[in-house]
Design a protein around this ligand. Structure first.
Ligand SMILES: Nc1nc2c(ncn2[C@@H]2O[C@H](COP(=O)(O)OP(=O)(O)OP(=O)(O)O)[C@@H](O)[C@H]2O)c(=O)[nH]1
Ligand SMILES: [Mg+2]
Ligand SMILES: [Zn+2]
Length: 346
């Protein structure tokens, strides 16, 4: 009989341990923490409150383990303690496990290689990790109902760059929109090296091209509620997805709205993470002086600004502002810059 345990005495004062119950304070530095011999590697596939589903190999088979975090967890990550995509060390609680369910405890969270995060809407001083260790983020919006929100897309793109993740933009519900207008509008994304796909899940157009961007990669799908994220994943994944949907339906009073993030295997290869609709998206950890670096489409203009430290907000002789006046930069794009600039700390 082995019990999930964690021996505090193995860690010195400078250990990167995060208390999970009594404190959210970080005390994170290097440590030579030793884990129990029977700790195994796993990957977080969903987090619902403090119920964490971890996939791992145990007795030569791939299983899903229902985990909770230990009272103290080793992690040198910032923000949310456990996020979908995290690589973890767990120990299986054999005493309480049975044929149908395996339980376990998370002892350690490995350093996140990439992430997509935002300012926690419930606490502006905290970083909320939406997904970690992903290759790409599919910024998924619809042309209509809900309409495109260019500022939200710009924020997602910047956060991807900060989190070392490749952004891809997808505009769904093109069955309801004029294609030419949208294609022209998103031209500037070329300067940012961000691919843009125009699709209709309903009419099954553009899906194959988009799919080839996802196969073999780990991708988080993010966007506003109702854009059609789950409809797309339903199409890409099929049966496994349906099974989860049935479960969430019974708990959400018949609504189709996704209420928690979950990782799914793409049958051909790779993974996608379905996430709940996002209403607010505040960029974590970016200050005003760095903002222009993320507006690469402004680059060909701002070298000509009169002042080298031009912020492109009020200065005379600003080449960015002239480009906006001459229609070389879209007004929307500039408004996006201004709105972000105003929302940021110096
Ligand atoms: N016209 C049209 N409707 C679509 C298309 N794709 C999805 N829808 C509809 O849009 C609605 C929302 O779809 P969902 O897939 O639940 O949207 P979601 O992005 O997962 O929403 P949340 O889970 O709330 O974040 C559903 O009624 C879909 O049938 C499309 O290509 N065209
Ligand atoms: Mg959904
Ligand atoms: Zn300027």
């Amino acid at each position: 009989m082995k019990q999930a345990y964690f021996d505090d005495s193995k860690f010195g004062k400078r250990s990167p341990i995060r208390k999970t119950k009594t404190s959210t304070k970080r005390t994170l530095t290097k440590s030579d923490g030793v884990l129990p011999d029977d700790a195994i590697d796993g990957k977080v596939i969903s987090v619902v409150g403090n119920q964490i589903s971890v996939e791992c190999f145990f007795n030569d088979s791939l299983i899903s383990v229902d985990c909770t975090a230990a009272g103290r967890v080793i992690s040198d990550n910032s923000g949310t303690l456990v996020a979908v995509g995290d690589l973890v060390k767990i120990i299986i609680d054999e005493k309480h496990s049975h044929d149908d369910k395996t339980f376990g405890t998370i002892l350690k969270i490995e350093t996140r290689k990439t992430k997509i995060s935002r300012i926690d809407p419930a606490n502006k001083n905290r970083e909320q990790i939406i997904a970690s260790n992903i290759d790409k983020v599919l910024i998924f919006v619809s042309a209509f109902d809900p309409p495109v929100n260019p500022r939200l897309i710009d924020r997602f793109v910047i956060s991807c760059m900060l989190g070392k993740v490749k952004p891809i933009v997808c505009i769904n519900k093109m069955d309801l929109a004029e294609e030419d207008v949208f294609i022209e509008y998103f031209e500037f994304m070329k300067d940012l090296s961000v691919p843009v796909y125009f699709i209709s899940v309903l009419e099954n157009t553009g899906i194959d091209k988009l799919k080839s961007e996802l196969i073999g990669f780990e991708t988080a799908v993010l966007g506003p509620s109702g854009a059609g994220k789950s409809s797309l994943l339903n199409k890409l994944i099929g049966d496994e997805y349906q099974a989860v949907k049935e479960v969430s339906l019974s708990t959400s009073k018949g609504m189709h709205t996704t209420s928690f993030s979950r990782r799914f295997r793409i049958p051909e290869a790779g993974f996608v993470i379905d996430t709940p609709g996002i209403r607010e998206f505040g960029i974590w950890d970016l200050n005003q002086d760095e903002l222009t670096l993320f507006f690469k489409d402004f680059e060909k203009f701002y070298l000509d600004c009169k002042f080298s430290a031009c912020t492109h907000t009020h200065e005379p002789g600003c080449a960015v502002k002239s480009a906006v006046e001459n229609g070389l930069i879209q007004q929307d794009r500039y408004d996006s810059y201004m709105s972000l600039f105003a929302s940021m700390q110096k």
